[in-house]
Design a protein around this ligand. Structure first.
Ligand SMILES: NC(=O)c1ccc[n+]([C@@H]2O[C@H](COP(=O)([O-])OP(=O)(O)OC[C@H]3O[C@@H](n4cnc5c(N)ncnc54)[C@H](O)[C@@H]3O)[C@@H](O)[C@H]2O)c1
Length: 453
């Protein structure tokens, strides 16, 4: 098929690469002309694994980039739209980049009579398709849904650092179809890219919009529940959060259920805020997504407290991992940023290291913290070092550099070599040694007798 992909960013370029290696002819549309130029000269500036390989091995002519949206629309049957939908001041998702694209698509469609389907991938608030996007497309094109114009909301469930995997091996494909033919078309295109049998959830656009945003609240609810268990277990002598989450998983599954540090990134935090704003707007109870967001901040303060408790003013705290997750340079809402802002206020110096995210981190954090060239240099300079994300690189670090360092392991992910070599190992989620009864007497006192009377 001839397919346009509008917006060649982190998600769009990855999708284009998967389409181009699945037998389609892909016209990528990007507003950034320098990026278009680089892409057409085979310079694929992406940190997403597999994307450059796919684009360079795709058949000749299977992928071209352009800034000419009208030409792309006229030369294709289906367009995936993946432009930014940034959070606005009210917590919603702004359509200010998407609507001009709708206008331009509509204007291009007026020039011919070839049928065209639009699949919006960008994250939108529930109702956006029916109330804003579809009317805008219909007005701009002079067509109506089902009459030369097809529409689906087709968000993707991907994580940065593994976007291609999320496209070719998705948990499922979500299609919110305004017309059945468009749903069939979008499903066929996804089936052409995947390597396994594909669960497909087809529904109305508004249901798909709710599903997409609810998915992230649902996931962060579980993440936060496990994080709550981490803080409880960190306090109670002999308790181990992993034994508890593993047992609970027999009933509810393991995914998104490992007690660890607060979540971050470009999607989860803002989606909870947006879901809350939307639910408030329709006057339904919004406590749940609001609580998840509030708890995540509270959990961050708890972890900060634990780090402060093993360090002293004037000491240096090393941050091992600066991105919001392993495998990506993206630092948006990374917990390491919160620590880098908070620790100096309590007199700690900070030195930061990450295998791929230092330059992004520096852009956000500036030179208020020091940066280490290697994990070993970071460890040697720190009295306390925190594993903020479970980096694969931890397996190959020379941990003898931590001989004078207390290691705080937020994920219980450090190897035996680290635990054996460091001055002291603090695994968050595992309580101190000792017995429960005297600890309860000390911390809760007689109130525990009342609680159990
Ligand atoms: N990044 C994620 O993890 C993720 C996950 C799921 C959903 N999403 C959603 O996907 C959408 C895009 O996210 P992203 O991370 O790829 O963003 P991005 O900023 O990496 O890429 C967006 C691209 O669109 C281009 N663009 C903007 N206006 C354009 C226009 N008029 N015409 C052509 N190109 C235009 C930008 O120049 C940029 O290259 C957002 O709605 C986001 O919420 C992102």
């Amino acid at each position: 098929m001839n397919v346009s992909v509008i917006g060649l960013g982190k998600v769009g370029l990855s999708l284009a690469s998967c389409l181009a290696t699945s037998g389609h002819r892909v016209i990528g549309v990007e507003i950034d002309v320098a990026r278009v130029d680089a892409l057409n000269r085979d310079r694929f500036d992406t940190s997403e694994p597999g994307v450059a390989e796919r684009l360079s091995t795709a058949p000749a002519g299977a992928f071209t980039a352009t800034s000419d949206l009208a030409a792309a629309i006229c030369g294709s049957d289906l367009s995936f739209v993946i432009v930014p939908t940034p959070s606005n001041t009210l917590g919603g998702f702004s359509l200010r980049f998407l609507l001009p694209v709708c206008d331009a698509i509509g204007a291009a469609l007026r020039k011919g009579d070839r049928a065209h389907t639009i699949a919006v991938v960008s994250t939108m608030l529930p109702g956006s398709s029916d109330a804003v996007v579809i009317p805008r497309l219909e007005a701009a094109s002079g067509r109506t849904i089902g009459r030369g114009l097809g529409y689906c909301y087709n968000p993707s469930f991907i994580a940065l650092g593994e976007v291609v995997k999320g496209i070719v091996k998705p948990d499922y494909v979500l299609i919110g179809e305004a017309d059945r033919a468009s749903g069939d078309l979008v499903q066929r295109v996804h089936e052409s890219m995947v390597t396994t049998t594909l669960p497909v959830a087809r529904m109305t656009p508004v249901e798909a919009e709710i599903t997409k945003i609810a998915s992230n609240t649902h996931e962060t609810m579980r993440v936060s529940f496990a994080n709550m268990l981490l803080s409880i277990c960190s306090e109670i002598p002999g308790a181990d959060v992993d034994r508890i989450t593993e047992a609970l998983a027999y009933r509810m599954g393991r995914r998104f259920f490992r007690g660890a540090l607060p979540y971050g990134g470009p999607c989860w935090p803002r989606d909870n805020v947006a879901f809350t704003a939307f639910i408030d707007a329709i006057r339904s109870p919004s406590t749940l997504p609001r609580a998840v967001d509030t708890f995540n901040a509270e959990h961050g303060r708890y972890v900060l407290r634990k780090i402060l408790s093993v360090s002293a003013p004037g000491q240096t705290v090393g941050l091992l991992g600066l991105a919001y997750k392993p495998g990506t340079p993206v630092t948006e809402r990374a917990f390491a940023l919160d620590l880098a802002a908070a620790l100096p206020k309590d007199g700690r110096k900070v030195i930061a290291w990450d295998p791929v995210a230092i330059s992004e981190f520096r852009k956000q954090c500036g030179d208020g913290v020091a940066y280490a060239d290697s994990a070993e240099a970071c460890l040697r300079a720190s009295q306390v070092a925190v594993a903020t994300i479970p980096l694969a690189d931890f397996a190959s670090i020379d941990w003898t550099a931590a001989a004078n360092t207390t290691l705080v392991d937020g994920w219980r992910c450090l190897p035996r070599a680290a635990i054996d070599a460091c001055r002291e190992y603090v695994a968050l989620g595992r309580g101190p040694s000792g017995s429960v009864a005297p600890w309860l007497r000390d911390t809760v006192g007689a109130y525990f007798d009342l609680l159990t009377s």
